[in-house]
Design a protein around this ligand. Structure first.
Ligand code: GLN
Length: 456
């Protein structure tokens, strides 16, 4: 049914870069056989899933939305993908994304943008717009995204889906093509909070192949989601982050947020206002730390090891450096080049302390703000994104306007704490989805599920 739906709508939505109909059907039949014999691989055995094209999939192309990886078929599965397969989830295909996960609209994909199923003239968010659109358009019941600065939560908000960024280290990064190693996390994109909890429990947990993986059991997420769905929020302290509301937020987004908080109060929660003064510097710090890490990660695309190789014109016997230059010139898009230049500059000698070093200090201050806020509240809340889905093309020529979408999502990545975006109704002025963001302390992912299920 999902493959039929993809055939029907994906020409217009373009959520997928690659559909593996044959593989998905074979996996689905295996799940049917298991069921017939009374066996089951997991709670989600046989439920199909779409995977963002930044996670390696053995035997299936992995492009990261970039020309430079065109034609590359990885020889191994990411741990997340291996766990999906072991749990019996048929993999429908790979979803579209901004090139190397840089962007908030999926327009930076080298393979053309994804369209928001709510209004095809609008963006589905980014960088994981393909995964969110696939779920919103009923092409897949579940998807995997990755979130470095909001790429699961912001697409969730603007497509009316649920998106979770787990605690940093909670889900293995092995086989996740790194954008920024210290920020990246893979997580669920679903239609309900309970679905996300089921999926998160499957993909989460320690992995010796990721040196930053936390060696602790995944909290009881499904139980927390079930508890929250009961609706009783008494004893839960909700902190509204002063710096992440009000000015800069679209009026209909703010109105739906205020209403969501009110509903939590009616369910018995206690609301406090908290202040996180360093959050106003989060965007600036992120756009130094991220390009710095990304420029270093992307150095491996040297025309020798992966994917594309372009020979420079007019040179008979080109050197390795000349081949690398021609390949990177042709293989990387403008946004990727912009960030490589920014990151290389920020890391260069003489500037390191002034830029990268300074940004790392801000990062520490943000973690301290979180620690102080979590003394006053069990979870923190804000709108997920400042606006509803904007029109395709609207911010493409204005990188700064594009970066501003990440205002509310970035602090969680800088501090490594978990966050969810839950649909919070349609904005009155344009009838488009809005999202409620809920953040919790590291390794307290169960709290975002409990409050998320109550708010859903
Ligand atoms: N919009 C952010 C960026 O462009 C988010 C990226 C992400 O989470 N992958 O960096």
């Amino acid at each position: 049914a999902h493959l039929d739906r993809i055939a029907e709508v994906d020409g217009a939505v373009h959520a997928f870069l690659h559909v593996d109909a044959e593989g998905a059907l074979a996996q689905a039949r295996a799940a049917d056989d298991r069921r017939a014999s009374g066996a089951t691989a997991s709670a989600l055995d046989g439920v199909p899933i779409a995977v963002k094209d930044v996670l390696t999939t053995q035997g299936l192309p992995t492009t990261c939305g970039s020309r430079i990886l065109e034609g590359w078929v990885p020889p191994y599965d990411a741990t997340v993908v291996a766990r999906l397969r072991a749990a019996g989830l048929p993999i429908l295909g790979k979803t579209n994304m901004d090139e190397f996960a840089m962007g908030s609209s999926t327009e930076h994909s080298a393979y053309g943008p994804t369209h928001n199923p709510w209004d095809l003239d609008r963006i589905p968010g980014g960088s994981g717009g393909g995964s969110a659109a696939a779920v919103a358009a009923f092409e897949a019941p579940l998807a995997i995204g990755t979130d470095t600065g909001g790429s699961i939560r912001q697409p969730g908000a603007v497509t009316g889906t649920v998106g979770v960024k787990p605690t940093y280290g909670g889900v293995s990064r092995y086989g996740l093509v790194a954008l920024a190693n210290s920020l990246d996390q893979a997580g669920p994109v679903t239609r309900t909070v309970l679905d996300a909890a089921l999926l998160h429990e499957l993909i989460g947990g320690h992995d010796p192949r990721d040196s930053t993986s936390i060696d602790q059991p995944v909290p009881a997420l499904v139980e927390a989601a079930r508890q929250g769905a009961g609706g009783d929020m008494s004893g839960v302290r909700i902190g509204v982050v002063k710096e992440l509301t009000g000015e800069g937020y679209q009026s209909g987004v703010q109105a739906r947020f205020d209403e969501a908080v009110q509903l939590l109060v009616e369910a018995g929660a206690e609301v406090v206002e908290v202040s996180c003064p360093s959050f106003v510097h989060a965007l600036a710090a992120y756009y130094l730390i991220l390009p710095a890490e990304a420029s270093s990660n992307l150095a491996k695309f040297d025309a020798m090891r992966y994917g594309l190789r372009v020979l420079p014109e007019g040179i008979d016997d080109p050197s390795a450096e000349e081949v690398m230059r021609a390949t990177r010139h042709a293989g990387f898009g403008d946004e990727v080049k912009r960030r490589i230049i920014l990151g290389t500059y920020a890391l260069s000698s003489g500037y390191y302390d002034a830029y990268y070093g300074q940004a790392q200090k801000v990062r520490t201050l943000i973690s301290r703000d979180f620690a102080a806020a979590f003394e006053q509240a069990d979870v923190l809340v804000s709108p997920t994104a400042p606006t509803t889905a904007f029109k395709l093309g609207e911010k493409l020529d204005d990188p700064l306007a594009m970066y501003l979408n990440d205002l509310a999502t970035i602090p969680a990545n800088l501090a490594g704490v978990p966050g969810i975006s839950v649909p919070s109704g349609l904005a009155a002025e344009d009838g488009l989805p809005t999202g409620l963001q809920i953040l919790a302390p590291a390794m307290a992912d169960d709290r975002v599920y409990r409050v998320g299920a109550a708010a859903e």
